[in-house]
Each structure stands twice: as structure tokens, then as C-alpha cells.
Design a protein around this ligand. Sequence first.
Ligand SMILES: Cc1cc2nc3c(=O)[nH]c(=O)nc-3n(C[C@H](O)[C@H](O)[C@H](O)COP(=O)(O)O)c2cc1C
Length: 353
Amino acid sequence: MPGISDLGARALRWLPPETAHGVAVGLLRWGLAPAARSMPPPSLHVKLWGLEFPSPLGLAAGFDKNAAALRGLYRLGFAFIEAGTVTPRPQAGNPRPRLFRLAADGALINRMGFNGDGLDVFAANVARARETAAAAGPLGINIGANRDSADFTEDYVLCLKRLAPLADYVTLNLSSPNTSGLRSLQEGEALRRLLGEVSNTIAGMEKSLPLLLKLAPELEGAVLAESVRAAMEFGIAGLILCNTTTARPANLRSPARNEQGGLSGAPLCTPALGMMREVYGLSEGRIPLVGVGGIASPEDAYARIRAGASLLQVYTGFIYRGPRLIADIISGLAERLKVDGYDHIGQAVGRDP
Ligand SMILES: Cc1cc2nc3c(=O)[nH]c(=O)nc-3n(C[C@H](O)[C@H](O)[C@H](O)COP(=O)(O)O)c2cc1C
């Protein structure tokens, strides 16, 4: 029988997608969201980068771009939240409509274009949430660049300096397909220059801050291998695999399938799993990986862990399934560990090479 939160998730589907998203964030912000019924079992507890994650399951970047609803999101049962992407200055993003449901494909296409209230509002929201939800779970902050910025690298450094005191980890989003030129920072000399600048910035800080890179599924072969090597050389703490794809699989059925932007959800599941496997192999398991892309069931979640993910994130699956997905994945993961004879989730990471 559907619970109230499932009914809520279904009701939101009657609204245009961006309106539904705004309503959901508003409800969460005002505490009008269900609370998780139970704590994850100790077998799912993850300790990473000196942080304690009650389970491996977090919310991916882009849902709470302004860090406006953190408390409500933790209450739903996410072990960690990645807020943002935040840019230095407020930005309107692309004209609407810019978010499309591909319900028949279990997918979304978005070309939001880093819409957000900017660094000042974001920092104030996080500071407020930190006062009231201190013990809720780790907070990742995902940072980006303004589209009209003269130097993207400077924008990352600016965000990093300002937000470091408020974050448990910071992600450099180098992989949004909706800011022209951004993805070129993921590779070659541009990546090395950026990594040089951000690691100098971090080296000058009192706090040791884990820095993560979020990569695109289009990064492949020798270029991917070189980017992973550069990340490890510069002491990057983890890689998030992956962002939305600009590819359009031939079997998409929904009318909106040819909209421009990044495709997320079910069609991304297999490519994201493949990328996870490849990067786990390339890095020989020496850099923690966060799996995201098309995870919508305990099977998807466990497969991603076995392919090499230490942590997981969801976005599109959560939009379609609502908060019930969180409890399903948590209980499903715990069951699968038992069946496979593991005491702890860490033992399953990278078991399927
Ligand atoms: C509407 C929407 C907005 C997003 N915005 C961001 C963003 O601001 N920053 C980012 O790093 N990823 C963003 N993403 C990508 C997600 O974090 C995630 O990497 C991607 O959707 C794949 O996961 P999923 O299949 O579970 O949705 C966005 C995704 C969607 C659907």
C-alpha cells in the first residue's frame, strides 16, 4: 500500500517538472516531509575521509542548488547531501522550459544551466542549517563557475575559499553539459592547471578538506585514464561518477527525448556502471569512488558498490519513486550483504572487477 510520501511524489507528477521540484523543495524546507522510520544497520556504516556516513546513500547535486532544504532532506533518510552546484554570482540559468520528464524511459533531461542564488545566499543557508542539523550527516558542497566568467578556475577558487569552513567535502563540478566550455576542464592541461590552483588554495587552509571531482560519462579511454592519474597525483580525495549524458540511446521512447541537455535516470545506469568499473580498475581501488547515475533499486545500488563505489547518490530515481526509494535501497543493501556473507559494506566494494 502506498504511504503518504509515495502519494505526495505521485501528486507532484501532475505538475510541470520544474514547478513540482519547487514545491518539493518548499515542503522539505518547511519540514513538511516524512522522517525515515529507522536508522540504517551498522553493516552499512561508511567511514571515509574522516567522516561518518550512516549509510552509503546520499542525494546527488542539483536537487538542492541553494542549500535551502537540507534539514528536511536529512530527515528523509539520506546519509549525506551534496548541495549545489553553487556559482559565485547569482545566475538565472537557461530559459524555461529546461527540465523534461521522460517518464516512459524512467529518465529526465535537464538544461538548467546552473540557476541559483549565488555564493552569499548559499553560505547563509548552510550556516543556518549547520546550527540546527549539526549531527544529521556529512554535507558535500558542489561548486561551479558562472557562465559569463572570464576565468572558470578563479570561480572555483573563490567558491572553495568561501565555502570550505562550511563543507565536509567539496566537489568540483567539471562535467555539467549546460555551461559551454566547462567540460574541457576535465582533461589535459586545463585540468592540471585547475588542480594546481585548487590544491594550493587547500594547502593554505587550516582545515583538511576532502576535494572531489565530478566527471562526465563521455570521458573515455586514454583521456579518462590521464584525468584519473592527474586527480591522484594532485591528491584528490575522490571521484564522482558520473554526471548526466549528452548521448541519446536509440531506444528512448518519450516525446521529449530530443530535447537538448543532460539525460539522467535509467538509460544512464549501464554506462555509469561501466565507467565505475573502468575507473576502479584504472585506479586499482586507490581513490574512493562515488557512484551516481540511474540508481533506482537495491540491485542497481549493490551492483555499483560491487563495481567499486564506496558511496552512492541518487537524483532521478528519487524524483520518480519518492522517499520510499531511500528505505528500499537501505534495507535491500543490508539483505544482499547478508546473502553474500559480508559483515560490512566495505567488503563488497570492487568485488566485481
Ligand atoms: C534537474 C537536474 C539538475 C542537476 N543539477 C546538477 C548540478 O547542479 N550539479 C551537478 O553536479 N549535477 C547535477 N545534476 C546531475 C546529478 O547530480 C546526477 O549526476 C545525474 O542526474 C545522474 O544521476 P541520476 O541518474 O540518479 O539522476 C542534475 C541532474 C538533474 C536531473
